[in-house]
Write a protein that binds this ligand. Structure first.
Ligand code: ACO
Length: 372
């Protein structure tokens, strides 16, 4: 046996190899910095890059759009089932159920080959936004809006939610946030998906499990909690007192800290620019000032930088998106990264099965029930 190595939460442990992304030297997807991608690409190009390993040329991108368009139809029994889910169920739970149900209608569910998994990933990329938007509208007593051809995924998402053409600024903000959320190495949900398929389970199982892992407030769920923080603060004049008191109470402030980025999350730095622009456009400058005060004090007191969820929570608020959709939107994007990891895992699979350090009782002797 090799020497026993133990790191709580697997912190700092290299748990596998990947060619999809790295956080070394700033986050990059397949060698391209996220700043470069966010400034110059659309989400579809980035999803293609993650799935296929290279940026598409014009023809490949056009074909990709067409395949996504063709795949966007969700089987009617799934929408019927979504109608019947109790209104109290969270949007994340419904999306997790949706991903699981889509497996039953996927024509290639039992084909775990590389190419079939790419096709399944494309279908999920196209179908999950439809389920998210349909659920949101049904919950409000409105009928779902079908996806429309000629719209990007970001544009369609907003159109299916609000049945109105989004402004170019809103479409751009949505697109950039999808790019920044698309992939992040061995985070908890991605690792979950790799563990699941390392047993040779199917891609839909990996994605369904990953959605469950993403839901938690220490991971994707944090972007929804960011708005609770800002609402609790109230006016910008309260920010300094509020945050100092919260830190004194040892409260965890959602949207701050990161397991890997101890000096700053490059995604948060980039998204803040866009957040500021949208705040100006929508008359939300005061909220940006409040956010800046909180950020400054947490850095002064704890040396904790904001993570991506800090600006993205605000960005979605400025776009009038309901808070319960913030983490589902993360899902719609991360499906690209999860799928790339699932495919990479299966291309060179080894069952993921670590060991545990035993902390239970010493070996003892069984006693008959009458003498216990
Ligand atoms: N607010 C206040 N204190 C914090 C925060 C926070 N958000 N994050 C970490 N700390 C404190 C810890 O309490 C700890 O303090 P201590 O040494 O006095 O006990 C210290 O900073 C180190 O933190 P760890 O918990 O060891 O950091 P870890 O790497 O385990 O956790 C995590 C990272 C889970 C992201 C943590 O920072 C956190 O809970 N943040 C809030 C949730 C959040 O924003 N999650 C989104 C992550 S990014 C994403 O999923 C896109």
């Amino acid at each position: 046996m090799p020497e026993e190595i133990y790191s709580p939460g697997l912190e700092g442990v290299i748990a596998g190899e990947t060619a999809i992304s790295t956080v070394a030297g700033g986050l990059s997807y397949r060698g391209y910095s996220i700043e470069d991608l966010a400034r110059n690409c659309c989400f579809e190009e980035v999803a293609y890059l993650l799935l296929y390993g290279e940026l598409p040329n014009a023809e490949q991108l056009d074909d990709f759009y067409k395949r996504l368009e063709a795949a966007a139809e969700v089987p009617a029994p799934i929408i019927d089932a979504v109608r019947k889910i109790p209104a109290e169920a969270s949007a994340m739970d419904v999306l997790r159920t949706g991903a699981s149900m889509l497996a039953h209608w996927d024509p290639e569910i039992n084909n775990n080959s590389h190419d079939a998994n790419i096709r399944k990933a494309e279908r999920l990329l196209a179908q999950l936004p439809v389920i998210m938007a349909a659920r949101h509208r049904l919950k409000q007593g409105k009928e779902p809006v079908d996806p429309e051809s000629g719209r990007s995924l970001a544009d369609n998402c907003l159109h299916m939610l609000f049945r109105a053409d989004p402004t170019p600024a809103h479409t751009k903000a949505m697109d950039v946030s999808l790019i920044l959320y698309a992939e992040h190495e061995f985070n908890a949900s991605t690792f979950t998906s790799r563990v699941i398929v390392s047993t040779l389970a199917d891609l839909h199982s990996g994605i369904t499990g990953a959605i469950g892992a993403l839901k938690g407030p220490l991971h994707g769920g944090a972007n929804e909690k960011v708005m609770d923080v800002l609402k609790a603060v109230g006016k910008k004049e309260n920010a300094e007192t509020w945050i100092r008191a919260a830190l004194a109470r040892k409260e965890k402030i959602m949207g701050f800290g990161h397991r890997v980025y101890k000096n700053g999350d490059p995604r948060a730095t980039y998204l803040k620019e866009l957040c500021n622009e949208l705040a100006k456009e929508t008359g939300n400058e005061d909220l940006e000032i409040t956010a800046d005060v909180i950020q400054r004090v947490i850095w002064e007191e704890k040396k904790l930088p904001p993570n991506l969820d800090w600006p993205s929570g605000r960005l979605y608020h400025y776009m009038n998106l309901p808070v319960e959709l913030y983490t589902p939107l993360f899902v719609l994007s991360r499906v690209a990264g999860w799928s790339a990891h699932i495919i990479e895992q299966l291309d060179n699979n080894r069952l993921i099965r670590p060991r545990a350090r035993y902390t239970g009782p010493e070996r003892r002797t069984w006693k008959p029930i009458a003498s216990r």
